[in-house]
Design a protein around this ligand. Structure first.
Ligand SMILES: C[S@@+](CC[C@H](N)C(=O)[O-])C[C@H]1O[C@@H](n2cnc3c(N)ncnc32)[C@H](O)[C@@H]1O
Length: 270
């Protein structure tokens, strides 16, 4: 335990861009040491919140096809999973061959069809991992001249994880892609300097309620009218529900198969 904390500390120490995140995490750690009992209760409470959130999502959720139809007014002529079947299979084999296990993918069908629907040329995503959502966005953006994707990603704390971030994205798509490899709190500010107005955003990084409630308004503000806001894993907590209430917009909630379970993706149209 002490070993892994110390290793994480050394990992951060070698990356000055991540010092602010290191200080934030240190603060959280110290807080949990001095309030251990409260922290345990908090983790139990977190599970109860997750149960309630999933219930809230389930009441409103539709499947992927229905969401696309309702939002775009038509069913896609070809599914993303069929159109790029060979590339997806090839890249799937690639990640099976690498040692590092990283975070799972968002709802790629939704991301692709909605990027096509708004004919996105400017997109920001938070959370890259292997790069499935990045690949999906880039395959759509690449069809339109002058397009740009800016992604933020705090890599996993292991020596080799950084070299695998975005590894499913082929070189031919990288000229329109910028990755900012540090925490959202700094990286999202920089991403919005590069793209102050966007057609679409995909949030899939910091999974804490506070992190989401900090980032969602910034992304929403940058979206053009008619732009698409997609948030992954909205069933972890009530951040997405609270944000929808704050801006007074009705969301679409999409039930998404995920390993042997389901998860929920939230969508807002500005
Ligand atoms: C679930 S994965 C992203 C999956 C990706 N969107 C896809 O569809 O393939 C989440 C990623 O967000 C990163 N992350 C976690 N906390 C972050 C933070 N505070 N700022 C930026 N990135 C963060 C993780 O390291 C991880 O690479």
């Amino acid at each position: 335990m002490i070993d892994s904390s110390f290793q994480n500390f050394l990992w951060f120490l070698r990356r000055p861009k991540m010092y602010p995140e290191m200080i934030r995490r240190l603060g959280r750690k110290i807080g949990s040491i001095f309030g251990l009992e409260r922290e345990q209760r908090t983790s139990e409470a977190r599970w109860r919140i997750k149960e309630k959130t999933r219930h809230w999502c389930a009441l409103k959720a539709v499947d992927t096809e229905t969401a696309i139809l309702k939002i775009t007014g038509k069913s896609p002529t070809v599914k993303f999973s069929e159109k790029f079947k060979d590339l997806i299979e090839e890249q799937q084999k690639l990640i099976e061959s690498i040692p590092n296990r990283m975070g799972g993918q968002g709802n790629l069908e939704i991301i692709y069809q909605l990027a096509e629907y708004v004919r996105a040329t400017r997109a920001i995503e938070t959370g890259v991992s292997y790069g499935w959502s990045s690949l999906t966005l880039l395959l759509s953006l690449n069809e339109r001249e002058g397009s740009q994707l800016v992604s933020t990603d705090l890599p996993y704390f292991s020596e080799h994880s950084e070299s695998y971030v975005g590894c499913v994205v082929p070189d031919r798509l990288k000229s329109i892609w910028t990755i900012l490899p540090y925490a959202d709190r700094e990286a999202l500010i920089d991403a919005l300097k590069i793209l102050p107005q966007i057609d679409l955003c995909h949030y899939d990084s910091d999974k804490f309620y506070q992190g989401k409630m900090w980032a969602y308004p910034l992304l929403w503000q940058a979206l053009k009218p008619g732009g698409i806001f997609i948030a992954d894993d909205i069933d972890d907590d009530f951040a997405f529900r609270d944000f929808c209430e704050e801006i007074d917009r009705p969301p679409w909630i999409v039930e998404t198969p995920f390993t042997n379970d389901i998860k929920y993706v939230g969508i807002l149209v500005k």
